[in-house]
Design a protein around this ligand. Structure first.
Ligand SMILES: [Zn+2]
Ligand SMILES: [Zn+2]
Length: 307
């Protein structure tokens, strides 16, 4: 087995930087606010809305300027360039929990969570994989540029620098000493960038690991995907993963009235503002398609989509 040493080192460094948040020297309430808002902006808007539902599944369309803005937010979550992310996720849907699935927990829970990211393999080579699964994404010259020569990583790290420079500059301008300004800038980097990045990583990864292991199933899909309430609440709707595997294009992953899907609410907001068009809704025939005569699905679960 060949390891991706650069990825492993970056995971270690980012986790160690995130741990610095426990030291009071790196604490500021502004940093905490940046952490909370950052989880939402880069995780929910960037990854869930942008990378996942918009780019991977084309669940809706929006003006190019808005799409690129949302995708750049996703980029700042440090989960690789959009084309590669989309390619891996589309492959996951094509081979869910089969041998060619990039991250099925049928190998092991740790593999599905983050192990698969650390291993080199021919099947996961960036060029052929994006060429095969994300050609449409690479048609945008910006996304194609991000894919080349680790440009995506430089842009992400640049965003960390902006956190530091913004904090440092704001504190210095308000009369703080150089040391206080540096301390404030670093608190934004540790809380608003490092800790936020690591938390959003584990939240995204839990969709690949936890929701293919624990939870209930509305639909008897051929994979082992599950709807997991805790992941759905923590990851703003992405945890209704069995619903999502049953109906990949749908912009709405929460199908029952009680399946709260905050990411869908964000797309609803874009619709209300006239910014989201061609929004894919859950197919009304899902229950019939997957559950007809399936003894593993209890009748009330077979009811399907309800408003
Ligand atoms: Zn899945
Ligand atoms: Zn998906």
């Amino acid at each position: 087995m060949k390891w991706k040493k650069d990825i492993i080192y970056s995971f270690i460094v980012c986790h160690l930087l995130a741990v610095l948040a426990i030291f009071p020297w790196f604490f500021s309430w502004t940093g905490v606010v940046f952490f909370v808002i950052g989880c939402f902006v880069f995780g929910v808007i960037g990854i869930n809305v942008g990378y996942h539902r918009l780019l991977t599944h084309c669940s809706f369309s929006c003006p190019r300027w808005l799409e690129r803005t949302i995708v750049m937010l996703g980029l700042c979550a440090m989960q690789d360039a959009p084309g590669y992310w989309v390619a891996i996720h589309r492959k996951h849907h094509q081979f869910s929990d089969e041998e060619n699935d990039p991250h099925s927990p049928l190998v092991s829970f740790f593999w599905a969570h983050m192990g698969w990211l650390c291993v080199k393999s021919d099947e996961m080579k960036r060029g052929p994989l994006t060429e095969r699964y994300a050609k449409d994404v690479l048609r945008d010259p910006l996304y194609a540029w991000l894919e080349r020569n680790d440009h995506w990583l430089f842009v992400t790290l640049l965003s960390w620098l902006v956190f530091f420079a913004g904090g440092f500059g704001a504190a210095a301008l308000s009369g703080a000493s150089w040391q206080e300004a540096a301390q404030f800038g670093l608190s934004l980097v540790i809380w608003g960038a490092a800790l936020r990045t690591v938390v959003v990583w584990h939240l995204t990864w839990s969709v690949n690991s936890v929701t293919h292991v624990w939870g209930y199933r509305n639909y008897a899909t051929p994979d082992v995907s599950r709807n997991n309430v805790i992941v759905a609440l923590l990851v703003s709707g992405e945890g209704w993963h069995n619903n999502h595997h049953a109906d990949q294009r749908s912009a709405r992953h929460g199908h029952k009235w009680y399946e709260l899907d905050v990411t869908w609410l964000m797309i609803r907001l874009l619709m209300a503002l006239g910014l989201a068009k061609n929004v894919a809704l859950p197919s009304p025939n899902l229950a019939a398609k997957f559950n007809a005569g399936d003894p593993r699905v209890v009748p009330d679960q077979a009811a399907g989509v309800s408003e």
